[in-house]
Each structure stands twice: as C-alpha cells, then as structure tokens.
Design a protein around this ligand. Sequence first.
Ligand code: NDP
Ligand code: 8X3
Length: 247
Amino acid sequence: MNKTILITGATAGIGEASARRFAAGGWRVIGTGRRGDRLRALADDLGDAFLPLELDMRDTGALADLGKLSAPWGDIDLLLNNAGLAPPTDPLPDTDWALIETVLDTNIGGLVAITRALLPTLVERRGAIVNLASVAATYPYKGGAVYAGSKAFVRQFSLDLRCDLAGTGVRVTSIEPGMVETEFTIVRTGGDKAASDALYSNMDPMTAGDIAETIWWVATLPPHVNINTLELMPTSQSFAGFTVSRK
Ligand code: NDP
Ligand code: 8X3
C-alpha cells in the first residue's frame, strides 16, 4: 500500500528535496507552498504521485480544510511541517513588524493550525509528524531572537504533543539542523544572493538532500521507534563562546 505524506513548503529547499525523496520511495506526496509555478514544475517532474496545493501557511482557514481531503489523498500517514522562514538578524527594534508577524504566523501559527487539522486522521492511521525546528532552538545567537524563539516553540510543541498522543501510536519528531544551503538565507536577507553565497562559502554546508534523507530515515524506522529530537550540523559548524561585556 502506498503511504501519503503532506509536506508544507515543498517549493524549495528541504521541502522540495523531501518531496522528491518520498516520491522516489513510492509514497504519494502532497506538496504545499505559495508559489504555484514551482508546485506545477514539481508536479511535472513527479507525475501522478504528487498533488500540488497552493496555499499560504498564514491562512488558517485553508489549513483547517486540509482535514477534509478525500481518499486517497486524505489518508495522510505523515505530516512534514517544514514551511518556515527567518527575519533578518538586525536588532529587534530595526526589524519591520510585518516581517516578524509573517515569521511567527508561519513558523508557529500555521504549524499548529495544520497539525490540529490533521491530528484526527493521523491518530486514525497511527501516523507520524516530523517538525522542522533548528539548532537555533537550543543555541542562542545575536539577531536570532524571533526566529530562534519560533523554533524553540516548534521543539517544545513536538515534545509536548508526544504527551498528548501517548497510547495512540502516533510518532512525533523534531528535526534540528544547523546550516543547510537552501533559499533560507536569500529569504532572510531580503533577496541578497551574494550574502547567502558568502555565508555558505568554503564550509561544506549540509544540503537539502542530506535533511530529506534524514527525514526518510526517521519516517521509515519500525513503528515502535520514535526519534524525539534529532540535531545535526555540518562538520564545519560549531558553537560560539559566551559574550562577556567588560567595564
Ligand atoms: P527555503 O527558503 O529554501 O524553503 C522554505 C519553504 O517554506 C518554501 O517552500 C516556502 O514556500 C515555504 N514557506 C515560507 N513561508 C510560507 C508561507 N507563508 N506559506 C507557505 N509556505 C511558506 O528554506 P529551507 O528549505 O532551508 O527551510 C525549510 C525549513 O527548515 C524551515 O522551517 C527552516 O526554518 C528550517 N531550517 C532551515 C535551516 C537552514 O539552514 N536552511 C536550518 C534549520 C532549519 P513559498 O515561498 O513558495 O510559500
Ligand atoms: C537556521 C540554522 O545555523 O543557519 O535554522 O542558524 S542556522
């Protein structure tokens, strides 16, 4: 029997790579995102195994309707909460409120809304939820407050959801990557491709394919094994020391 995954943010990066990985593994893939042209291009590549759904994670009404998809697409076994973005690393007072609101509504509000909508199906099917948090959820860095705070929410939401789901057989995992070269930094910098290229230059960042393969591994473990949190970094990325202000 084919299994079905719903991936939020399948138009780029980790979401797109995961769509390709799960389709190659024989799963039906529902991919969402705002950019319809990207979804159509992916549908051309993946064929009948792919259902493109153009939607914005801030539209909680549309997310609630996802619980009403008819079979076979409605038989969702795995929800991959991947859609997300970060505001620039500027000081908080200098960051546009609209951008901050978009990040919180997407990374937190949309993720909770879609999870809430699909939980009855996931419980019925003894399915799984994989959430994209980040190393930023654990390790603070300058300019990261809003983004890192949103990812700390995702991490803790994942762990707490496991408590609510005890006994249902539904698995929940928080995946927490460090630097992955995708469109993430281009979006974060408001379209500065040079800044993105500089950030990932000469350091062998992880690729979207690396994370997709990790998600595939988590999803295809035997049903009695739940990975709670999984943190991964490029070998070349490490931790900063403490900052000390001196008189
Ligand atoms: P990309 O920018 O390459 O992809 C982000 C995806 O999210 C796109 O498909 C985009 O689709 C979607 N998205 C963003 N906002 C919305 C919205 N309002 N409604 C619907 N879809 C939206 O980034 P990544 O692939 O790197 O990021 C994927 C996830 O991984 C994010 O949650 C990110 O925080 C997390 N992550 C990334 C890391 C990295 O270093 N790259 C490290 C750790 C975690 P569209 O624009 O078409 O709507
Ligand atoms: C983003 C990860 O290491 O680029 O979630 O801040 S990092």
